[in-house]
Write a protein that binds this ligand. Structure first.
Ligand SMILES: C[S@@+](CC[C@H](N)C(=O)[O-])C[C@H]1O[C@@H](n2cnc3c(N)ncnc32)[C@H](O)[C@@H]1O
Ligand code: SF4
Length: 413
């Protein structure tokens, strides 16, 4: 990845044939840093936060001329921890976005469980968040301690119950499994506790070990990949049984959503703009990422320079593979959507590959709809992960170390 950042002219051209877009806003602050976390974040400081608010507003202003007539149909605020900025300027950014852009959606936002007091939940609702995610991570005290999470099981359960009792369309909890030493009965206990909390959705990720995180460094060398993959499959199967038996459907490889509920998820449309430090944007044939450094992001935007630190032009082939990757992640898709997007028959492009996956029981290949089976959802994604975790590790690892990497080689050689 080392193309020049896209100019306003290039962006204007791109937006001419884009019918709708999503927005991703990155909040790069946390109250403390967890040892397993790969995301771009730093410790919250009031001074940096205030400057960040002004910089994000300037970045939005730069996009207004190209965006003003494009409906924004999906808005996601992620982090870091967005709730560190309640009453610290997040409201100003959101108001600015709703005032100047054609917003046609509610907000999906991540939160830290310790921030979910009654007062903060009221603020969260008042800024337009209808889909709230809470990082619970574990539901046994010794695992919470090992992950250095600053709460106990009983504290976190009370905070989640408080959020569930409000009027959100969907409350999601993020739960991490395959923690060091975790047993099947602990997974079962945690899954049952999640269901009892009454949350509308649970996203249950295996612990991804990124070598540039402190926990990842400890584990990266020693683990046997094949054992890990089969163990995770067993753990996920326990969770599948609990959630399916309690009225939830699978809504992505890792997530289970109550039947009839609109799922919580990151940007829901295929094209999106990323705002803030490490915000990434995907506009058909171009993918670009802002600098990860909060200080450099603020400096660049204040000086009227582009905050984009890496950019790549994507061939049609890469766009199609990317499309298929994300549809497989969602575990179901329509072939006609592929035709609408690329003006090419899905079966002409991927028919024999999909038929092969159908024959081995990884998916059900309908006339238009394709549905991954539970087995397929896990193993296809496990295979994709071989590549994607390595890409993310290179892209994020390099960008965290170097605010302006200039170039990142994603493939060895
Ligand atoms: C941005 S955080 C969520 C909000 C908030 N910062 C918090 O920690 O509660 C996103 C979520 O990603 C998940 N996550 C972070 N690092 C992970 C890892 N190494 N493996 C699996 N999931 C991870 C966690 O469940 C975490 O809650
Ligand atoms: S898991 Fe959440 S709180 Fe912990 S460092 Fe990552 S973003 Fe921050």
């Amino acid at each position: 990845m080392n193309d020049a950042p896209p100019s306003v002219n290039v962006l204007s051209q791109k937006f001419q044939d884009i019918r709708e877009t999503g927005i991703y806003l990155h909040i790069p602050f946390c109250t403390r840093i967890c040892p397993y976390c790969p995301y771009n974040k730093e410790i919250f400081r009031e001074e940096a936060c205030l400057k960040y608010v002004n910089a994000v507003i300037k970045e939005i202003d730069n996009y207004i001329p190209v965006l003003k007539n494009i409906p924004v149909t999906s808005f996601y605020i992620g982090g870091g921890t967005p709730t560190t900025m309640l009453n610290k300027g997040i409201e100003t950014i959101i108001n600015h976005i709703y005032k100047y852009l054609d917003m046609r959606c509610h907000i999906h936002m991540e939160s830290h469980p310790n921030h979910l007091t009654v007062e903060n939940l009221k603020i969260i609702e008042s800024i337009g968040v209808k889909y709230l995610s809470i990082g619970v991570e574990a539901l046994q005290d010794h695992h919470l301690k090992a992950l250095k999470r600053p709460y106990t099981v009983s504290e976190v359960m009370k905070n989640i119950e408080r959020a569930v009792s409000r009027n959100f369309n969907c409350v999601n909890v993020d739960f991490i499994f395959d923690l060091p030493g975790q047993t099947e009965s602990e997974i079962e206990q945690a899954g049952t506790r999640i269901v009892k909390l009454g949350v509308q959705q649970a996203a249950t990720y295996p612990l991804f070990r990124f070598p540039y995180t402190s926990l990842g460094k400890e584990f990266h060398k020693s683990k046997n990949m094949i054992d890990t993959m089969f163990r995770r499959r067993r753990f996920l199967k326990i969770l599948e049984e609990i959630f399916y038996g309690s009225g939830y459907d699978r809504s992505s490889v890792w997530a289970f959503t109550k039947k009839g509920i609109d799922k919580y998820c990151s940007v829901t449309v295929p094209l999106y703009l990323g705002l803030g430090a490490s915000g990434s944007s995907y506009l058909r044939d171009i993918f670009y990422v802002n600098t990860f450094s909060v200080g450099e992001y603020i400096k660049a935007v204040y000086q009227g320079k582009s905050p984009v630190s890496l950019s790549v032009t994507l061939s049609e082939e890469m766009q199609m593979s990317g499309w298929l990757y994300w549809r497989m992640y969602e575990t179901r898709f329509m072939k006609s959507d592929f035709f609408r997007r690329f003006n090419m028959s899905f079966d002409d492009k991927y028919g024999s590959f999909i038929e092969f996956l159908n024959r081995i029981g990884y998916l059900k290949n309908g006339n238009d709809q394709v549905n991954l089976t539970d087995k397929g959802a896990y193993w296809i994604h496990a295979f994709e992960d071989f590549f994607s975790i390595d890409y993310i590790n290179k892209l994020w690892g390099t960008s965290i170390q170097n605010p302006w990497p200039g170039k990142v080689a994603l493939v060895a050689g």
